[in-house]
Design a protein around this ligand. Sequence first.
Ligand code: EPU
Length: 425
Amino acid sequence: MDKIVIQGGVSLKGKVTVSGAKNAALPILASSILAEGEHLFRNVPDLADVRTMCKLLGTMGAEAERQTGKLKDAVRISVPETLSPEAPYELVKTMRASVLVLGPLCARFGRARVSLPGGCAIGARPIDQHLKGLKLLGAELELNAGYVEARAKRLRGATINFDVVTVTGTENLMMAAALAQGRTVLENAAREPEVEELARVLNKMGARISGAGTDVITIEGVERLSAIEHAILPDRIEAGTFAVAAALTQGNVLIERCVPEHLDAVIQKLRAAGATVSAEDGGLRVKGPRTLKPVDVKTMPHPGFPTDMQAQLMVLMTVADGSSVIAETVFENRFMHALELQRMGADITIDGHTAVVKGVAMLQGAPVMATDLRASASLILAGLRAGGVTEVQRVYHLDRGYERIERKLRGLGARVRRVKDRRAS
Ligand code: EPU
């Protein structure tokens, strides 16, 4: 199993280019099911999760393949007239986002059998809101041997008020409603840029969706959708991770292909911490201060501070000049990185959903491992700032969501390499 080895202490300098957004690519690839024909999606990051989604589409009978040469950033998907509408446990257990095929399968084939995802390292993460919405659209649902089995002649539009703001729940129901009969209104919908991007894609396919990006989305169902070509928006969380890396290392980095408006909440916190952040040349320049100031953060659905940046911001605060309070309100168990950061000398006290981080003068390199994607990224960041050598194990988490991160960091001067870990089982 690979590990990432970091020799800390380098100020990052130069330019880095952000890849396509994982959390936009996954629903968009799933949305291809809605239209027979040949889709071409560009700027699709080459990540383990994207490969899993392609595999899932493949098991159902579509052909989803990464292209080569000039089109190597693209995935081409051929969707036949019929598919086998089943998402098996083996794939869903490796990637929860597999559940995103449920809505499109119900809408196009009136039938789906999708494994329930089960528990997760960062929280319980039920899909009750997805199921509640599908029922309101007229699907009959049954739970059988760990699978949700859905049936519907044709889905019918309805008003769905989400009890909690859910990103993939909003996406699943937007896709289901696109081919339903009549009007669907999604209330208390997620407002993430990835939801807006999916709406753009569906509208290109011929859907009639308005209001995406606000908390009320209206979908006028249509009879059919057509295959399209589309380039996926840049990954705001990858951009945010590089922004923290620059701030943390007294660096000076231009993050190219970044949409600053998608990072408003993160930029505000970086500025409050003393970093200089400016929009420049289709990107974002971030300069780290000599002394970081403490900032309090509370994660919230978009446009609030993203939970997917909480671990990275926590690392920044471990070396700030004072105490910060970080509250995680989106997931119930997303502080696992704090324990690993403590092993590197950080002073963090967890009380339920709140972490109190007292800045220390110095982090020390150590062997560490993480239980989820963003936690792994935060440990790499800590390694960049720490004295000595940090080894981040369980790199497979990182490979789910960051395209060639060690190469990108090396391009900024970091001393980072990937090695085979012969001791790992
Ligand atoms: N929730 C429910 N019931 C539901 C759905 C969600 O109670 O039916 C709860 C969840 O348990 C959680 C909260 O609502 O406490 C928000 O969950 P949400 O459904 O919004 O999360 P998600 O759609 O499963 C997406 C991203 C996550 C990101 C969250 C929050 C994708 C593929 N995943 O997950 O990304 O953290 O939204 O922004 O879009 C990551 O990239 O590292 C990652 C975990």
